[in-house]
Design a protein around this ligand. Structure first.
Ligand code: SAH
Ligand code: SF4
Length: 403
């Protein structure tokens, strides 16, 4: 494992607190330019140019916007930023998984926030796991993020910037030395798939998530195929059809249990939107077909939801829905009472589901040496920082007589 820690807090001031142009819809960007005096008849052209530089070429410095006049560049620089977040920490696992802890400055009021983003390379594709909130307001009992309170929603800028930064670090953007060429064809890019499965419940941050997805899947934006962007929800039923209609993304449901009694404990939002309503929303998901299936995530918890009866109930529950089942070995965290099912149990469960006609890949644990699971990096680094702070305080007490 390779681990890089950057200096905490001290560098925050280097991050611009000006409003960012990243994550704005064309209309919002046009309005921002107009407000700063860009003539009405130029707005469309300028918006197109800026989008091109931001999302096709991946630049993060206004001076690289070569076909934008010097005066306009100066104006943009004065009022806006296109800076990336700061990398508070970067870890590279021995299996190639990468995890970043990213620090965003406050835009307007508030404090800087930190979020995590994970990149998982696999045969023929690379998946980036993106966060949508800092913490989570829900408290699924097996999820570490659920133990952290919700700090705030991320903005569309902050959601998109996780992708931009990963593409920078993985070399997916054109080389700066060849600004007129060198755009990588999509088949050669490292980040081919996006999953909204990091921290937070994406459907509780609807507008920002929607705008970020629309820019990520726009042909003049990041040009990702809609079929390669998956949003995972714990089951916010009223927003499920809407996100499908408005963005066309693939849907994943954190199911984890096949009856309300158990699901109320594991995924408490089930008390508000019980299984019957959730399954109905799934059946009605726009564009559903055998080629566009819903992924049902099912975390394997020892002695809790991993029996053959559970597997049978799962198959019954999903009857008639074009579905994939994703069995996730539970990733334990300090303080949890849950344990991951034995490997044999997972295989038996998986075989049953396969025999019933469902593809049920077992998600192989990735990046275990860097704790690449939901919510874990942030808490880990918070703990380390606390330790560092204590060490520093001890030094100060020793050196300065307790000042
Ligand atoms: N809030 C959304 C998306 C983020 S969680 C949701 O709940 O769907 C992404 C996935 O990781 C969810 O399926 C979640 O249930 C699962 N997960 C959370 N903690 C886990 C853990 N400790 N081990 C394995 N999977 C976990
Ligand atoms: Fe939130 Fe998803 Fe974790 Fe549940 S599983 S607490 S919804 S992040």
């Amino acid at each position: 494992m390779v681990k890089t820690m950057n200096a905490p807090a001290a560098t925050i001031s280097a991050l611009s607190t000006k409003p960012s142009l990243i994550g704005l819809t064309r209309e919002e960007l046009g309005a921002a330019l107009k407000e700063r005096g860009v003539p009405e008849k130029q707005i469309r052209m300028r918006t197109g140019q800026i989008w091109h530089w931001l999302y096709i070429r991946g630049i993060s410095d206004f001076d690289d916007m070569l076909n934008v006049s010097k005066d306009l560049r100066a104006l943009l620089k004065e009022h806006f930023t296109i800076q990336r977040p700061e990398i508070a920490e970067e870890q590279i696992s021995s299996d190639g998984t990468r995890k970043w802890l990213l620090r965003f400055p406050p835009r307007g009021a508030g404090r800087p926030v930190e979020v995590e983003t994970v990149y998982i390379p696999e045969e023929g594709r690379g998946t980036l796991c993106v966060s949508s909130q800092v913490g989570c307001s829900l408290n699924c009992s097996f999820c570490h993020t659920g133990t952290q309170r919700l700090v705030r929603n991320l903005t569309a800028e902050e959601i998109l910037s996780q992708i931009l930064l990963a593409r920078d670090r993985l070399g997916d953007f054109p080389n700066k030395e060849t600004p007129q060429g060198g755009i990588l064809p999509s088949s050669e890019r490292k980040v081919t798939n996006i999953v909204l499965m990091g921290m937070g419940e994406p459907l509780y941050n609807y507008d920002a998530v929607k705008n970020a997805i629309l820019i990520a899947t726009d042909g003049e934006g990041l040009s990702l195929s809609k079929r390669r962007v998956t949003l995972s929800t714990s089951g916010v039923v009223p927003e499920i059809a809407r996100i499908g209609e408005e963005t066309g993304v693939m849907l994943a449901i954190s199911l984890h249990a096949t009856n309300d009694e158990l699901r109320n404990v594991l995924v408490p939002i089930n008390k508000k939107y019980p299984l019957k309503e959730l399954m109905e929303a799934c059946r009605n998901y726009p564009g559903l077909s055998n080629a566009r299936r819903i992924t049902f995530e099912y975390v394997m918890l020892k002695g809790v939801n991993d029996s053959l009866t559970d597997a049978r109930d799962l198959v019954k529950l999903l009857k008639g829905i074009p579905a994939k089942i994703n069995l996730i070995p539970f990733n334990p965290w300090p303080g949890t009472d849950y344990e991951c099912s034995d490997w044999e149990t997972i295989e038996t469960f998986s075989d049953f589901i396969n025999d019933a006609g469902y593809a049920s890949p077992i998600r192989t644990p990735r990046g275990r040496d860097i704790l690449a699971a939901c919510g874990q990096l942030k808490s880990e680094s918070e703990r380390m920082r606390k330790k560092e702070r204590l060490a520093l305080e001890t030094l100060m007490i020793a050196g300065h007589g307790g000042e």
